[in-house]
Write a protein that binds this ligand. Structure first.
Ligand SMILES: Cc1cc2nc3c(=O)[nH]c(=O)nc-3n(C[C@H](O)[C@H](O)[C@H](O)COP(=O)(O)OP(=O)(O)OC[C@H]3O[C@@H](n4cnc5c(N)ncnc54)[C@H](O)[C@@H]3O)c2cc1C
Length: 309
């Protein structure tokens, strides 16, 4: 998580922070080729999510665990959210239900290009401080991003307090054998797989994240940085904008598509930047034949990018 996102929640969030790093070392086929100087704060997802749910409940939200939304019906004077626990009437619906959003699909706000996704795996592995030093991620703490000439994606190694977060991902249509490749990556680092999780990450934002009485945020709308696969910062930034639009709509009792389109305007720059970045990934994905190695200039491009950024 970046500093600007921390400032949205306030400095008290830092008490949950596992570790922060000011540097990101870039590797190509295990050779260190560059570095980005940028401070990032690392959290355990379950700790962060638990805290954020607690803050929402403190602010008046009602938490209903184990209830699944199955769709939305937009009526003239309200929206009805259909769930496994019955129907709920409301003025406005925010779909924050992840990639392939049920809310989005039920009102026709969907990703146009389902190929634009990463398939990723990550593991959370306990390590000793000595192992952290041996991996090169301590003293001072630093993250690593690994590119490989035959992988249409990248891997990461991130320091936590007593553990390391290791992940590996590629564009979805080139993700065959991802688990084996991930295990080989861990093997190279002499780490045993533990708490392995997988999932898909969209890398293009949908062009229209709102319609009458409905807004989408987070992965539901594809607010993810296509170059890093990181969606937390992007989701939080878009959600702040969604909150502004909701408040305005509620205050003016206007939930029309036109009023909601203010969200589209507020997120326009974010969407444009993401989709520009995403189109690079899409182009590379289309240019390189399946299984092909990257040409040598790709390494030069990463070197240029990592020393420039
Ligand atoms: C392996 C992996 C590693 C990642 N690592 C990072 C990282 O290091 N940093 C980073 O910034 N991002 C990372 N990401 C991306 C990040 O996880 C997502 O961008 C982020 O979780 C999106 O948040 P979200 O709230 O929009 O969606 P989600 O986190 O997917 O949350 C959606 C929620 O909605 C619920 N839900 C879904 N459908 C329904 C329904 N019908 N009814 C009720 N509830 C529903 C789900 O149960 C879930 O709780 C990673 C992703 C993967 C797969």
């Amino acid at each position: 998580m970046g500093e600007s996102t921390i400032s949205i929640f306030g400095k008290e969030l830092l008490s949950l922070c596992e570790c922060h790093a000011a540097k990101n070392d870039f590797f190509f086929n295990w050779e260190r080729i560059g570095r980005i100087d940028k401070t990032e704060y690392f959290f355990k997802r379950r700790v962060l999510d638990h805290y954020l749910v607690g803050r929402a409940v403190e602010s008046g939200a009602v938490m209903r665990e184990g209830v699944q939304a199955t769709g939305v019906t937009i009526l003239k004077n309200m929206a009805v959210v259909h769930t496994t626990a019955g129907d709920f009437e409301t003025g406005i619906v925010i779909g924050a239900d992840g990639f392939g959003s049920t809310i989005g699909r039920s009102v026709g706000l969907v990703h146009r290009d389902l190929k634009c996704r990463y398939a990723s795996m990550k593991a959370e592995i306990n390590i000793t401080p000595q192992k952290g030093c041996q991996l090169g991620i301590m003293e001072p703490p630093r993250q690593q991003t690994h590119f490989f000439s035959d992988l249409m994606g990248f891997a990461w190694v991130i320091p936590n307090k007593d553990s390391v977060n290791v992940g590996y991902g590629s564009t979805v249509d080139r993700s065959q054998g991802l688990r084996e490749r991930f295990n080989r990556f861990l093997g190279h680092l002499d780490l045993q797989p533990h708490l392995v999780k997988g999932g898909q990450i969209p890398f293009m934002t949908i062009r229209q994240p709102c319609t009458e009485r409905v807004l989408l945020t987070g992965d539901a709308a594809g607010f993810v940085n296509p170059w890093s696969g990181a969606g937390i910062d992007q989701g939080v930034i878009a959600s702040e904008k969604a909150a502004i639009v909701c408040r305005e709509a509620c205050d003016s009792h206007d939930f029309s598509a036109e009023k909601m389109s203010m969200y589209q305007k507020l997120t326009e720059a974010q969407v444009r930047r993401n989709n520009w970045r995403g189109s690079w990934i899409k182009a590379l994905d289309n240019i390189f034949p399946h299984g092909a190695s990257f040409p040598s200039w790709f390494k030069l491009f990463i070197m240029w990018f990592s020393n420039l950024a």
